[in-house]
Design a protein around this ligand. Sequence first.
Ligand SMILES: [Zn+2]
Length: 329
Amino acid sequence: MTHAPSVSSFPRELVRAIPKAELHVHLEGTVDAPTLLALCERHGEKPPADDVEGVVDWYKFDGFPMFLDRYFTVLRLLRDPEDFALVAEQYMRTAHEQGVVHVEFHSSATGHILEGGKPWAPIHDGIIAGCSSTADDTDMTWGLIPDISPHLPAADCARAMDEVLAHDLEHIVAIGMGGPADTWTTDDFSPIYDRARSFGIPGVSHAGEHGGADEVRFAVEHFQAIRIQHGIGAMQDPEVVQLLVDREIPCDVCPGSNIALHAVDGAESHPLPRMLDAGITVTLGSDDPPMFQTSVLDEYERAWDWCNLDMTGMHALAQNSLDARLVKR
Ligand SMILES: [Zn+2]
């Protein structure tokens, strides 16, 4: 079947009711405008804007570098275990309201440790506390994916990830890579993935977001990534598409993020319909939802609109996300 734009309206309540997992969301990117202002107040920092509307405006970006700059400004406001517990719990509840039964939070671990000068253990324990308290009354499950930020030297990231791997691994379902890929071939991040695997922890990686298919191939071959975040650039090379299909490597695609950060020119040029047609396993995520004025259900709506899906298609995308989750057994 060819996926052409839909003509029928999105059945939001029916899609809300489908159990689904969200596998591509950054904890630090879930800080909404009121929470950002509260964190500034708590830590005596000058906020980037005076009110909620101003922060929502500040969460509009002309591209990836501007986004990364502001993302790391938010990251620096998350300091105490209570901050991490607050945002984890808030987002779990937001996701629960959209029918999400399992969340895998990416967290910029090396950013906190190396740039923020913060020890990992209290951060980790804060996130666990927030997720656990939500899980108690929602029955949700969750996992944590500490991310390497490749704008930092690989040797420093290795040291930071050693600190992560030396702490509680019970809820760490993978390690990941998030940020610009410029340094991947000039610096060596592969040993960090090797070391995580020695603890039984697999690797995932952002790739092919703003870059091309070569990034996706590199992440699969050098990091042995078992899931790719975004991966839309894979469509530039049929061999890389085949690699993803043959190895059954899902892509956790965030269409709203791609639009907000101009990774594609517009909805009509987003490769999501072609990814589905090619047989790539796609899961949908919201990436950094308040920063991109999106939500999990908004992402399902984009898939509905852009790919001419019906409820069978909605169920298939949700099932992909449940099948691709990394639950420790
Ligand atoms: Zn992401």
